[in-house]
Unconditional design. Structure first.
Length: 224
């Protein structure tokens, strides 16, 4: 999952980037309105969510929100702002934002709101299953035959990507973009390392549900 943060306060943007990357998200940063608008419009269909400060140098968050909505009505947008009146909240939502969080805020609350919006964007699905393996997005938990499986952050993000696309091939280039935020050709051997880690933790005597499509990528389906 890929997130754009447009925030001109380095302490806040750095804190958010670190926290969200620990949760398995790929994060892009913009520290002014013009750069934020450029990234948002150039890559709007690649972002799963946009976190947007209201008061920005160059171009305001309101202007960015309006421009993004003209291009993509679906991408979730959350305003992060010190503005705290009811009128401000209403104005921000009427501009096209999906949610509004007043500074200062708890990271856990932001994370919960992000997951709610992403779940809505995916048709409310929060639980993914394949055979006896279950991933619960809300609980950030993976179980096999009812027993919790400990995954690293990248393993979790990789499994989530595969399950969200069950039955479809995830190309190596897309995996690198979504999980490692790398957008150009380079050695993708790191993917194989994490796939092997997942297989060791999730496979059983019937085999693996994660299949290699040689020269292309990986697919997860019911046929072990």
């Amino acid at each position: 999952m890929r997130i754009l943060i447009v925030e001109d306060e380095p302490a806040i943007s750095g804190f958010l980037k670190e926290g969200l990357e620990e949760e398995g998200f790929a994060v892009d940063l913009a520290d002014n309105g013009r750069r934020g608008l450029e990234l948002a419009l150039d890559c709007v269909n690649e972002y799963d969510i946009i976190l947007l400060d209201w008061m920005l140098p160059g171009v305001s968050g309101i202007e960015i929100c309006r421009n993004v909505r003209n291009v993509n009505p679906q991408v979730p947008i959350i305003f992060l702002t010190a503005k705290n009146t009811v009128d401000d909240t209403v104005f921000g939502l009427e501009t096209g934002a999906n949610d509004y969080l007043k500074k200062p805020f708890a990271f856990e609350e932001l994370l919960a709101r992000i997951r709610v919006l992403m779940r809505k964007n995916d048709g409310e699905q929060s639980v993914f299953k394949i055979a006896d393996i279950q991933m619960n997005i809300d609980a950030h938990e993976v179980t096999k035959a009812g027993k919790q499986i400990a995954l690293t952050q990248k393993e979790y993000a990789l499994l989530e990507l595969l399950l969200r696309n069950k039955g479809k091939v995830c190309r190596r280039s897309r995996i690198m973009e979504k999980i490692w935020d790398i957008h150009f050709d380079k050695d993708t051997a790191v993917i194989d390392v994490f796939i092997n880690g997942l297989r060791k933790k999730l496979d059983d005597k019937n085999g693996s549900f994660i299949h290699t499509v040689r020269g292309v990528g990986y697919i997860i389906n019911e046929d072990a």
